[in-house]
Design a protein around this ligand. Structure first.
Ligand code: SAH
Length: 205
């Protein structure tokens, strides 16, 4: 899997090392275990998916993480991305709206012996109690950038979020420098919808 990611242009060795250490087959549903190391998104129940490995690698690389940084993830899903972030040496906080997925992800964090803070709820409002964050990653597609996530970025912080319509999204990389925000766009990603107060109104089409 890591060789494929390298061929597709992922160059950050820290990201590749973290992804080679985490067995993805623990995170997918039983019928898909034999496909766990393909570069594709796979079902995890609740109509949600574990992101494609390339997408996980690309977004993690874009976050430009340093050890010890505080990272918020919105959309825990299977817990795979959160585990990768923790393996990069970051302090991870993650929010998921489907409680069943939160429970399952917590079992994964235990399995990997990682201390990751998680909660059930709407991550489109962020997690103000633990803000500011050095990095924020949103793993579901939003109609716009939720303002609370920008507010909860530390000075020098990076936010990676897919924004678009329900079909296709652009990956935005936002950087905060003091009161200024810069934005970079990368096109052609497809995510499940971000549903919440500062996001899509419901999970259906
Ligand atoms: N990072 C996950 C990918 C999960 S897909 C992984 O590694 O497996 C995106 C997830 O975002 C879904 O589980 C979905 O339920 C969740 N989600 C959607 N809207 C959300 C919201 N407002 N707050 C928190 N989670 C949300």
């Amino acid at each position: 899997m890591v060789d494929v990611l390298r061929q597709k242009g992922i160059w950050d060795e820290k990201v590749l090392a973290a992804m080679s250490r985490v067995e993805r087959h623990f995170f997918v549903d039983m019928p898909f275990v034999n496909r766990a190391y393909e570069d594709s998104a796979l079902p995890i129940g609740q109509e949600q998916t574990i992101s494609q490995p390339y997408t996980v690698a690309f977004m993690t690389q874009a976050l430009e993480l340093k050890r010890g940084e505080k990272v918020l993830e919105v959309g825990t899903g299977s817990g795979y991305q959160a585990v990768i972030l923790a393996m990069m040496g970051c302090r991870v906080f993650t929010i998921e709206r489907h409680l069943l997925l939160v429970t399952r992800a917590r079992k994964m964090f235990e399995r990997f012996n990682l201390r990751i803070a998680s909660k059930g709820g709407d991550g489109s409002v962020g997690w103000s109690e633990f803000a500011p964050f050095d990095a924020i990653i949103v793993t579901a597609g939003a109609p716009d950038i939720p303002q609370p996530l920008k507010d909860q970025l530390a000075d020098g912080g990076r936010l990676v979020i897919p924004v678009g319509d329900r079909e296709i999204q652009k990956l935005l990389v936002i950087r905060r420098l003091g009161a200024e925000f810069t934005q970079q766009e990368i096109s052609g990603f497809k995510f499940v919808p971000l549903v919440g107060k500062n996001a899509w109104a419901n999970g259906g089409a």
